[in-house]
Ligand binder design. Structure first.
Ligand SMILES: *Cc1c(COP(=O)(O)O)cnc(C)c1O
Length: 344
C-alpha cells in the first residue's frame, strides 16, 4: 500500500475514535443543546485560559471568524508572506469581511517581532489603510513546521499593546509547537486575543477546529458561523472525535517529530542543499530541489510511482508531513524511496 505523506490531514479515524463517535451523547447544537460540543468548547477554552470557544467545521472558518472580529472592513491584517491566512484561504478575508492584508517575508516563516511591528501602521488616518491586527502562524506550515519562539511572541504582544493592535494565532498545529517547545497552552493563550486550533491535522480527528476568544467575541462568532452556513446540528459525533484526540493524540506527536527528523537527516546526507535538519522541529519536511534538474511536481510524480505520495507546493519545493498513520518501518521505506527518486 502507498505511503501518504502529502499532509497530516490524511489520517483515518482509529477504531477507538470511531467507538467514541458512536457512543457520543448529542443534541441540536444550533440550539446550544449538544452536550459533547459544549464540553469540548469549554475544555479547549480552559486549556488556553480563554473565556469561550466555538466548534467549527474547518480551520479556515475558525481563522476567518477570528480575524473578522478583530479587523473591520477597509482595515488591514498583517501576516507573514507565506501564512495560511494569506495564501491558502482563497481570499476569504477580502471576499467576506472587506479586510485587506499586507505581509512581511521571513525565512522559514520564523517570527521576529520587529518584522511585524516595523510594517504595522495603526490609526493611519484618511489616506492610508490602518492596521488593526497581526496574525502569527504556529507552527508555520509553508515555513516547514517552524516553531515560533515564545520570546518573540512575548515581544510582539508588548509591541502590539504599545500601538493598540490585536493579535491572532493561527494554531492549526499549535499542538506540535507545544510538544516541540514545552511551552504550555495557557502560556500561548496569554499573548493572543483570538486563537484557532485544528483537530483534523496531527491530532487525527476526521473534522473539526475551534476558535477561541472572549465571551463576547464567541457570541458574535456564533452568529457569523450560522450566517456563513456553518451552523451544525447533532455535531457531538464530531466533537467526540475531538475529545478522543485531545485525550490520546497530543503527546504522541513527539513520534511524528522524530520520524520527520530522521527523514531530514537521511536526505541531508545525500545532498545538504535539500534541507537543513536543524530546521525540522516538528512533523514537516520541506525539500528545496533548486539544485536538482527536475521540478517538485516531477519528483512527486516519480515518488508516487514508487509508492510514496508527497506534495509539490512550489516549482522546486516539495513537502512531506508525518502523522499518526505512519510508523518506523514506513519511515525507513520512505527514505529508501526518496533516495532512489533523487538519483533518477
Ligand atoms: C490546515 C491549516 C488551516 C485550516 O485549514 P482547513 O483546511 O480550513 O481546516 C489553517 N492554518 C494552517 C496553518 C493550516 O495548516
Amino acid at each position: 500500500m502507498a505511503i501518504d505523506l502529502r499532509s497530516d490531514t490524511v489520517t483515518k479515524p482509529s477504531q477507538a475514535m470511531r467507538d467514541a463517535i458512536a457512543s457520543a451523547p448529542v443534541g441540536d447544537d444550533v440550539y446550544g443543546d449538544d452536550p459533547t460540543v459544549n464540553s469540548l468548547e469549554e475544555r479547549v477554552a480552559a486549556m488556553f485560559g480563554k473565556e469561550a470557544a466555538l466548534f467549527c467545521p474547518t480551520g479556515s472558518l475558525a481563522n476567518q471568524l477570528a480575524i473578522r472580529s478583530l479587523v473591520g472592513a477597509g482595515e488591514e491584517l498583517i501576516a507573514e508572506t507565506n501564512s495560511h491566512i494569506v495564501r491558502a484561504e482563497l481570499g476569504a478575508a477580502a471576499v467576506f469581511s472587506g479586510i485587506t492584508t499586507r505581509t512581511w517575508p521571513a525565512k522559514n516563516g520564523l517570527l521576529k517581532a520587529s518584522d511585524a511591528l516595523e510594517i504595522a501602521r495603526p490609526n493611519s488616518g484618511p489616506y492610508l489603510v490602518s492596521t488593526t491586527a497581526i496574525a502569527v502562524e504556529n507552527t508555520h506550515n509553508f515555513g516547514g513546521g517552524t516553531v515560533q519562539p515564545i520570546s518573540e511572541i512575548a515581544a510582539l504582544r508588548k509591541g502590539a499593546d504599545e500601538i493598540g493592535v490585536a493579535l491572532h494565532l493561527d494554531g492549526a498545529r499549535l499542538w506540535n509547537a507545544h510538544v516541540a517547545s514545552g511551552v504550555s497552552f495557557a502560556e500561548y493563550g496569554k499573548y493572543f486575543n483570538t486563537i484557532s486550533v485544528c483537530l483534523s491535522k496531527g491530532l487525527g480527528a476526521p473534522v473539526g477546529s475551534l476558535v477561541l476568544g472572549s465571551k463576547e467575541m464567541i457570541a458574535s462568532s456564533r452568529v457569523w458561523r450560522k450566517r456563513y452556513g456553518g451552523g451544525m446540528r447533532q455535531i457531538g459525533l464530531l466533537a467526540a472525535a475531538g475529545h478522543y484526540a485531545l485525550d490520546h493524540n497530543i503527546d504522541r506527536l513527539a513520534q511524528d517529530h522524530v520520524r520527520a527528523k530522521k527523514i531530514a537527516v537521511a536526505l541531508a546526507a545525500i545532498d545538504s542543499s535539500l534541507i537543513d535538519p536543524a530546521t525540522v522541529e516538528t512533523n514537516i519536511v520541506g525539500l528545496d530541489l533548486a539544485k536538482f534538474a527536475f521540478s517538485a511536481a516531477d519528483f512527486a510524480a516519480k515518488c508516487k510511482e514508487n509508492g510514496l505520495w508527497i506534495s509539490a507546493l512550489g516549482p522546486k519545493y516539495a513537502r512531506l508531513v508525518t502523522h499518526l498513520d505512519f510508523d518506523d518501518a514506513q519511515t525507513d521505506e520512505s527514505i529508501e524511496i526518496l533516495k532512489r527518486c533523487l538519483k533518477a
